[in-house]
Design a protein around this ligand. Sequence first.
Ligand code: P6P
Length: 340
Amino acid sequence: MAQGKLITMDEFTIMETRKFPQATGELSSLLRDIGLAGKIINKQVRKAGLVDILGKHGATNVQGEEQMKLDIYANETLINILKNSTDCAGIASEENDNHVCYEDTYSANSKYVVLFDPLDGSSNIDVNAPIGTIFAIYRRVSELGQPCTEADFLQPGNKLMAAGYIIYGSSTMMVYATKLGVNGFTLEPSIGEFCLSHPDMKCPENGKIYSLNQGNTVKYDAGMKAYLEYCMESKKDEGRPYSHRYIGSMVADMHRTLLKGGIFIYPGDKGAPKGKLRLQYECNPMAFIIEAAGGIAVSGAQDILDIEPTELHQRTPIFIGSKNMVNRAMEIMKQTEPAI
Ligand code: P6P
């Protein structure tokens, strides 16, 4: 990269595509469309405090405009942008019970489908905490020219072509992974472009941060409780006790884990054995990203990316982040709970 030259995400994806002579550029075009949706959502998120759209549907803003709840707005934006894309056959969203097929000819002949959580962590909007959009891109398994089918959206994470997130934080960033690796782009508002700011992102093998909702400890099993004790144990030579950080917004907690290392956990518990987070549009995309960056992501029983989905909105426990921290957590839990 020439010293000081800004490389936009579009320029970067085109350079990446050129590494594969047989590539058609459709994936790059799809990533560009998702980036456009992110910029539109970002504009609305940035004025959420000024416009009466926090948690209310049908509210009006100071100009008397009809306003949507932000997550509905984000969902509508992604659905419409991808409908107009020439590279998406259909979508599945955290906000929609079923997948949506785009019926026009272009879309029916597109080879990709996209799953997304349009605005993850939206309960944090009111307190101005970071929130994000999470997306996952699969090559469809259904016949080109025909409407996409549910099977297109029930593929395991190890079939992902790309996955990423847009974080609406102190700055707005788009981070995405392909099999080539993970790269981060920061929105430069003065030109309205995502520019390469974090090339070739790697998740540190070790870390000193554990991230989970410790308020749920009473519901955790003995193995999980044993790991929490381990994190809080005073062992200076092993860098413990670890620091506890939990924003309550998966995108924000995962962005920190990717950059600084650490472990993010949303386990199952007695009341919810599968935990809270959704496999297809939260855990799989984050697992794809973290593994492309050298980290690992497991459910406790297996690698997240190897789980064979049976339902669009199914949940899974998740332990994800620095390879050595996740492996150590599994060791401790297995020692305590052999039946994991
Ligand atoms: P809890 C936000 O609601 C979310 O879906 C994720 O972004 C976040 O990691 C998790 O739920 C927080 O859940 O139960 O700790 O509030």
